[in-house]
Write a protein that binds this ligand. Structure first.
Ligand code: FPP
Length: 245
């Protein structure tokens, strides 16, 4: 039997173009230390900074992080308030932190329910970084994959009614163009931390052929090394997109 040779070091020429991350385990990280969940989220925000830096350095073109799902509003109010404070702080800092970097910041998700302050900050950081090219940092905030598909379908129906497109043009491409991710390529690799193995309504359309990697590490402990392990695992896979090799 032919044994395929496994790569043991990262190939910088084969870095996935788009990596998506479900950053899970902040709460458990805090509970293990008898700390409040808020502390876990704060530590989680630090991990975001480290992974964004590393993604930038190794040449990831698109990095999408799942910060807050449409369903996360059902958490206790204090936790939601704390998370919103963190996002606002992160978006404010992102303006400065990315000023010397070639990073475009975009936020995908519904603006409904977000405070005016957060919405203004989103607009500010998106405008300020719109011409940056090396990396796209996409923050999914108040995002749900099903909701995204519904809003895209509504746009398509509107466009049919207005005569912009015809019914026969209901294709994958036309739907894709109306998703919040529009021209962003589909993720090559999706990482979920904390050992949970599900998609939780994240990029459900876009992940049809994405490679999934589950790490047992809780998000606040997820470091550069773990990120490399995930990419290395990806580099040892064979992607067939439904075909044969
Ligand atoms: C899931 O862990 C994590 C979240 C719902 C929030 C993600 C937020 C961060 C990583 C911090 C800040 C992010 C940015 C972009 C500034 P959990 O709370 O569900 O953990 P558990 O499953 O252990 O309870």
């Amino acid at each position: 039997m032919a044994v395929s040779k496994k790569k043991r070091t990262l190939d910088l020429n084969k870095i996935p173009v788009h990596i998506a991350i479900i950053m899970d385990g902040n709460g458990r990280w805090a509970e293990k230390r008898r700390l409040s969940r808020s502390v876990g989220h704060r530590e989680g925000a630090k991990a975001v900074r480290e992974i964004v830096e590393e993604a930038y350095d190794i040449g990831v073109k698109y990095l999408t992080v799942f910060a807050f799902s449409s369903e996360n509003w059902s958490r206790p109010k204090e936790e939601v308030d704390e998370l919103m404070r963190l996002y606002l702080e992160y978006l404010k800092n992102a303006e400065n932190e990315t000023s010397d970097k070639d990073v475009r910041v975009r936020i995908i998700g519904s603006r409904e329910g977000l405070s005016d302050e957060i919405i203004q900050q989103i607009q500010k950081v998106e405008q300020k970084t719109v011409d940056k090219k090396r990396m796209n940092l996409i923050i999914a905030l108040n995002y749900g994959g099903r909701q995204d598909i519904i809003q895209a379908v509504k746009k398509m129906v509107d466009d049919i009614e207005k005569g912009v497109i015809e019914k026969r043009m209901i294709t994958e491409d036309e739907l894709q163009k109306r998703l919040l991710t529009e021209e962003i390529p589909e993720p090559d690799l999706l990482i979920r931390t904390s050992g949970e193995m599900r998609l939780s309504n994240f990029l459900i359309w876009q992940c049809a052929y994405t490679e999934f990697y589950y790490s047992p590490v809780l998000w606040p402990d997820f470091k550069k090394k773990h990120f490399h392990d995930a990419i290395l695992d990806y580099q040892n896979r064979s992607r067939r997109f439904g075909g044969v090799k």
